[in-house]
Write a new protein. Structure first.
Length: 242
């Protein structure tokens, strides 16, 4: 039986690419929407479990800027699941507060419905002072655009004469990303048998450890999460050194 590593060997920040919902549904002869519904249940379980075992930051990749190309009915279903989660989280505000969960949205606001943005703002405000575990939910997120937006803000500062291009550092870019103030992910997990980053946290992932598995996200369990943490605990991170 796999056990959760002790706190000394736990990653501070885990990021997860939630992948495989559609294939899970197809294997069972179900509509893709059923795969997303099951995936949403797994998201809630893994989110709470990560907090319970002491992960300080956990980021879930739920919907990319490229996912708008999917069939409209599928996109609508995913957005409705996001609405349901936000409303449920708001109703469970006291429980989340007791657990010390801070909820943050990372992604482009443009393109999301007004009611979703209102729910996001309310949830972020209500959990802003919680410090045990920060949960980043990446919706309408694209890593390249995140970097581009950061560069544009810095370029505007240079244009106003507030700083010079020569003064810019890597830290300046990090400070203008959605994850500003958070540590870069130590571990990125991608289930479903795919071996790519898919435009996810591409600046922050420079020295992340990657763990891939063939398990489709709707089948992912706490034991699978523990197995990934156990593998991470036995890796040697050198950050370019020896």
């Amino acid at each position: 039986m796999i056990k959760t590593p002790d706190n000394e060997h736990l990653p501070q920040h885990v990021a997860i690419i939630m992948d495989g919902n559609g294939r899970w549904a197809k294997q069972r002869g179900l509509p893709r929407s059923e795969g997303h519904k099951q995936g949403a249940k797994v998201f809630k379980r893994i989110c709470e479990y990560a907090a319970d075992i002491g992960i300080r930051y956990v980021t879930f990749y739920a919907f990319s800027t490229e996912n708008w190309r999917r069939p409209p009915e599928e996109v609508s279903g995913i957005m409705n699941l996001f609405r349901d989660y936000l409303r449920e989280a708001e109703e469970r505000e006291q429980e989340n507060a007791r657990k010390g969960l801070r909820i943050r949205y990372i992604g482009e606001r443009e393109g999301l419905a007004d009611d979703i943005l209102e729910l996001v703002d309310e949830l972020e405000r209500g959990s802003a002072d919680k410090t045990r575990t920060t949960v980043n939910i990446a919706i309408n997120y694209g890593g390249r655009n995140e970097i581009l937006s950061a560069c544009k803000r810095l370029a505007e500062q240079c244009a106003r004469g507030e700083r010079t291009p020569d003064s810019l550092t890597e830290q300046d870019i990090s400070d203008n990303l959605y994850t500003a103030g958070q540590p870069d992910p130590d571990l990125i997990i991608r289930p479903s048998g795919e071996f790519r980053l898919s435009n996810f946290l591409i600046w922050q992932a420079a020295y992340s450890e990657f763990i891939y598995s063939d398990i489709l996200w709707p089948d992912y369990t706490e034991q699978d999460f523990d197995a990934a943490l156990e593998e991470y605990a036995h890796r040697s991170r050198r950050f370019g050194g020896v």
